[in-house]
Design a protein around this ligand. Structure first.
Ligand code: OFO
Length: 161
């Protein structure tokens, strides 16, 4: 059995994961409009991963006999000023999600919910990777600068994800 207060936080985390996917789909739509299908593809893939994260938590809660109730997903639309904006927003968002996972982990440790502590290890590692990937996208974008032909090549690379 897991602790009630931890289960409540995990239910909220399902919503945040689905919102992450929604946000990344919005980024993908933005890049589609800019005729950058590779950038768009990268974020569609990321949106799919976020859905998987939500399902992973849902499955864990159900296995633990906890009720999973879904709530409205927040509007993902943000003002994206230029081609770099989604990359920066993406990193900021992953840092926010990492903080949220850490908060649940800290609560689980505090109430001695070892099952959840163990379950969350996968998410701790995953968040580390996602922050690293988000930063890598920013670094690559900065490396190519505003050059059209380099952005075209970067788009090809991201499309291979
Ligand atoms: Fe679910 O890892 Fe990104 O947000």
């Amino acid at each position: 059995m897991i602790k009630k207060e931890v289960a409540e936080l995990l239910v909220k985390q399902i919503n945040l994961e689905l919102h992450s996917g929604y946000l990344y789909l919005d980024f993908a739509n933005f890049y589609e409009e800019k005729n950058l299908p590779g950038f768009a593809h990268w974020y569609v893939k990321q949106a799919g991963e976020e859905y998987e994260h939500a399902m992973k938590i849902r499955h864990f809660l159900l296995e633990c006999n906890e009720k999973v109730s879904l709530s409205a997903i927040a509007d993902p639309t943000t003002k994206l000023a230029d081609l770099k904006a989604p990359l920066l927003e993406g990193l900021k968002h992953e840092q926010f999600i990492t903080a949220s996972i850490n908060k649940i982990l800290e609560k689980a440790i505090e109430v001695k919910d070892h099952l959840t502590v163990n379950f969350l290890q996968w998410f701790v590692k995953e968040q580390g990777e996602e922050e690293m990937n988000a930063q890598l996208n920013i670094d690559k974008f900065e490396m190519v600068g505003g050059s059209g032909s380099a952005i075209y090549l970067l788009d090809k690379e991201l499309g291979g994800r």
